[in-house]
Design a protein around this ligand. Structure first.
Ligand code: A4P
Ligand code: MG
Length: 199
């Protein structure tokens, strides 16, 4: 019988200091190395305006999903360990700048209300920088315990201040792209010499 894969843990990843994109990409790789866990999927990266004090750089945000058998406190401790390796030091400033922030957004169906650990993350319902990447990798029908359907939260959440980190490559209509390639190779149709005219 296959081993129990554990619960699905959706992790919010954010950074706005010391090379945020690199911090986020490295942190995601480190999530893949957590014990008793397997990294299943990662959202695209987004550039987002800071929530909280505005005198700080934009954030890079993403969401990753793990299957984990770690208990909630062990998962939180592991995430805090990764934050510390990335130079995260408490500066007493709520929502201040940081090289790395890892939040447990969801952990299966768990509803946890304890000192130092609240799951689902209580602010997630109002944050486009969480909901948009979450929707990239979660099933459309995802239900968030105590908060409702992801689709409803997303519909109610303003999306200003969030944009993909890398714009998708400009994509022309494939048919016209193929046509223009062909005509570049063969010359414009009116310039082509009919084969019957070649002697
Ligand atoms: N904690 C409780 N529940 C959780 C949980 N589900 N996951 C406790 C992780 N930690 C949890 O967190 C403070 C304490 O929360 C931890 O010790 C842990 O026991 P922190 O990350 O050290 O402090 P903080 O981040 O300043 O406070 P807070 O309220 O956790 O902030 P958030 O919610 O993490 O938000 N703007 C943009 N654009 N993008 C961002 O990613 N992030 C924040 C921080 C603010 N503005 C942002 C972003
Ligand atoms: Mg946090």
């Amino acid at each position: 019988m296959p081993a129990d894969p554990g619960a699905l843990a959706y992790i919010g990843v954010g950074s706005n200091l010391d090379g945020p994109e690199g911090q986020v990409r490295l942190a995601i790789a480190e999530l893949g190395l957590l014990p008793a866990s397997r990294l299943l999927a990662v959202s695209p990266l987004y550039l987002t305006s800071p929530l909280g004090p505005v005198d700080q750089p934009d954030f890079v945000n993403a969401v990753a999903v793990l299957a984990t058998r770690l208990v909630p406190r062990a998962l939180l401790a592991a995430l805090q360990g990764i934050e510390q390796v990335h130079g995260r030091r408490p500066d007493g400033r709520r929502w201040g700048p940081r090289p790395l922030d890892l939040d447990i957004l969801l952990l299966g169906e768990a509803l946890i209300e304890e000192p130092g650990l609240k799951v689902p993350h209580p602010e997630m319902a109002y944050r486009a920088f969480v909901l948009v990447p979450l929707a990239d990798i979660a099933p459309v029908e995802l239900h968030i315990p105590g908060l409702g359907a992801l689709a409803d939260l997303l519909a109610a959440c303003p999306r200003d201040g969030i944009r993909p980190l890398e714009a998708p490559p400009a994509c022309e209509d494939p048919a016209s792209l193929a046509e223009s390639r062909l005509s570049r190779r063969q010359g414009r149709p009116q310039d082509r010499i009919p084969s019957a005219a070649i002697h």
